[in-house]
Write a protein that binds this ligand. Sequence first.
Ligand code: HEM
Length: 381
Amino acid sequence: MSDTTQPDIYETYRDQRANRPVYKEPDGAWQVARHKDVQQVLKDNATYSSDVSLVPEEERTTPSMLFSDPPIHNRLRKLVSYAFKPGHIESQRRLIEQRCEDLMQAMKQSEEAELVEALAAPLPVTVIAYMLGVEDGDIRKFKEWSDTIFSNIGEILLANPSPEASAASEQMDKYFLGRIAALRDTPRDNLLSRLIATETEDGKLSNEELLSFCRLLLIAGNETTTGLITGIVRVFNDMPDTFAELKDNPALIPTFVEETLRVHSPFSVTIRKTTRDVEVAGVTIPANEMLLPMIACANRDESVFDEPEKFKIDRNPNPHLAFGFGIHNCLGAHLARLEGQIVAASMIKHMNGIKLKPGSENEFGQLGGPSTLNVAIEWAT
Ligand code: HEM
C-alpha cells in the first residue's frame, strides 16, 4: 500500500512496537503500542480504569458510560444496550441510504467537493440526530453544538472547557431536556424515546443520565464515523484498484470496510488509568498513571496481521481493535459499519473514481479524521 500521508507516524509506530512497546514521554502518559498489550489493557478493566476525569469528585456531573467503571458502567450499558439492539439499528438502513443518496445527488452538481462538509459530516450527524429525536429544523444547531464540543473535547475531559464549549454544552442540555419532556408526553419511534421508556431491574435512566448519554453519542459517534468515511476515500485515492474491485464484486464491501477501519482507525488512541502497579511488556507502570492504548498502532502489529502495511480488501480474519475491546467495546459498531458499507456502495454506484486534491492528504492523522477534504470526482454516466 502506498502511504502517501504521514509516513512518519507509521514509521514511529513500527519503531515503538519493536523497540519501545511501553513508552513514556517526559510529563506524558504511558503509550502502549503492541496489539497484545493494547487488547489486554482494554480487557482488564479492574487494573486499567476508564474513570480518567481530573474533575474533583464533588464537582462531577453524571458519569458517562465511556468514562466509568463497573458497577456504574454495567448499569448504564445494560439500560442503553436494549435500545441499540441490531434490529433497531437495521431499521435505520432505509433512512441512511436515503440520506446518503440525497447528499450524493447534491454533490453531483460538480466534479469537485469538500467531502467532509458534503457527505462525511452530515451523514453521521443526521443519523444521530434522528436517533435522539432532533427535529428537522434543529439539525444545523445540533451540528454546531456537536462541532464546538468535539473540538474542545480534550479540555472538557480535563475539566477546563473553553467558554465557547461550556455555552454549547449548556444550550444543548437545555434543548435535550425539552425534547425529553416532549417525548415523555408523546413517545416516538426513536432511540431517545425508547431509552426514556426502558426499565429493567436496574431501574430507569434519570434525566441527567439521559443527557449524559446524548452528549456521549455526539462525542463517540459523530467524528469517528466521519473519520471512517474519509478513510474510505483515502483508500480509493491510494489504491484505485480497490474501487474497480468493489464495482466488480460488491460482496467485498464488508471486508473492505473492516480493512479500512484497521488501516485508518478513526479512534486512534484511547485512555485509561492504572489502579495498581502493573507490568506491561516488561516495564513496571506505577498505580494512578495515565495510559494511552494506541489502537491505530496495534492495528498494524506485524505479529498479528500478515503484511500489516498492505491493504487487503478481503482480509479475514481481521482482529483489529478499531472498535475497542472488552466491556467498553463500541456500542455503535453495528451502526458505524452499516454507514460505512452504505457509503462505499453509494460511491461505487455513482462514481468511476475519487481522488484527493493535492495537499489534502496532509489533513489526515487527527483523532476523528480530517476536518476538510478536497476531492476531485469522476462521476459515472
Ligand atoms: C467508525 C466509527 C466508530 C469508531 C471507530 C468507534 C470506536 C469506538 C471505540 C474504540 C470505543 C471504545 C473506547 C474505549 O474503550 O476507551 C467506542 C465506544 C463507544 N462508542 Fe464508538 N465508534 C464509532 C462509532 C460509534 C457510533 C456511530 C456510536 C453511536 C451512535 C458509538 C457509540 C459508542 C459508545 C456509546 C461507546 C461507549 C461504550 C462503553 O463505554 O461501554 N460509536 N467506540
